[in-house]
Design a binder for this molecule. Sequence first.
Ligand code: UD1
Ligand code: MG
Length: 468
Amino acid sequence: MSDSIGLVILAAGKGTRMKIETPKALAKTAGRTLLDYVVDAALEFAKISSLKAEIGLVVGHKKELLEEWLSHHPAKNQLKTAWQKEQNGTADALKSCFNDLPHFWQYEYTLVACADTPMIQAAEFCSLFEALKSHPELVGVAATFEAHNPKGYGRIVHGDKGFHIVEEKDADEKQRTITEVNSGFYILKTKHVKEILGSIGNNNKSGEFYLTDLFQDKFSVKAVKFPSEIPFLGINTMEQLAEVTALLRERKVKQLMLDGVEFLNPSTVHLDHEVQIGVGSIIYPNVTLLGKTTIGKNVTVESGAFIKNSMIYDQTGILAHSYLEEAVVHAKATIGPMARLRPGADIGSESKIGNFVEVKKSKLAQGVKVSHLSYVGDAEIGENTNIGCGFITCNYDGVQKHKTKIGKNTFIGSDCQMVAPIEIGDDAFVAAGSTITKSVPDGGFGIARSQQLTKEGAAKRFLKTKKS
Ligand code: UD1
Ligand code: MG
């Protein structure tokens, strides 16, 4: 099939050097799996090139986890999986692809990508493909780069005509000083793969079948050297994962600054790939923004804020050391300092959630104030209602959760408990220090505390003095 390409992503490896339980391809950086980034680049390349393209994903170690990942992928119909039963090396992985997906032999070109290289983008695939297309005599091209630290990478050994690749383990002292390394990304004529793949042996220090053996001095192959190592940084260790996470964060922060977001100390902010922030917002030092968090325009997020999968609308203030998870904060509301919004907290516009207040699965309408030291769980609170300090919804009876409903323009005094299920109407007033067990109607006054007794001059019976 002319003008067609099989894009094979190798993701069967265990990732021994990472020492984690999940397959390496599912390790996360900036909130997404390593595989997500590589698949994105492949899909983008398929879109912008005029080639007929299909992606083959080679799975192996804990393949059920990769299949589960794939079942949620929006482009799952464009991705086929192949199973490498034992992880005997990268050449064996490619063989598994052709065994399980034999129609991949019909594609004119085969692109091979490693799943552990999340900085890669479609641009690199395009340049590599261009290099192969512009020299019809070539049977394959490998992307290479100068590594500041070549340790762990295959070294590029140039011969008179072509080149070959020597893995770190198999390299001699002299070869280890070579800084031009193999990225693990190749585009080959499928015909060449068909001729050579079956004959690749495992006579090397690892006893593995190396895909790099597709490139030998006697073949018409080319090492295409890219100017920067960043797109090809491979992740084999936790240290490399941290380095790449820092680079992804830097790239994202730079883009946000171009879009008009102010970072007071950009290098201290951690944010995931999918986070969005609107123009005019100010992000203080040491802020963590994770998952699908969206922050609107002109929002202030102070130091120590930790926000995960939340929706924060325009002109809000998320004050220092507040923790928000799956929460919604409407325009002009302020949260914190030191507040906690748990999943299902929906805070109305111009509302105020103050220090040491926890809100869970509760909808607060516009202008509600819960300013100090309170727990609001499974509740609904109407607009402009004021909740005093030390308020508690007693929502749990040890078995079930119950609802508290409070109307609008109501005043709840300090130190009140609502024993749910319970309803307090609109324009109602609950006196401070009340444990409310019966509902209060619209316009009603509720008080539930014992009578005070005052005895003049009786204090001395209770005051104790220290014996010296
Ligand atoms: C590989 C290259 C090396 C290159 C480096 C770039 C080989 C022999 N070496 O080394 O020259 O410099 O990438 O990052 O190819 N995989 C399988 N099945 C296996 C083994 C690996 O699917 O049996 C997958 C892994 O999941 C990974 C990719 O292949 O996505 C590369 O494997 P890895 O073990 O990371 O190879 P490197 O040692 O990094
Ligand atoms: Mg690797």
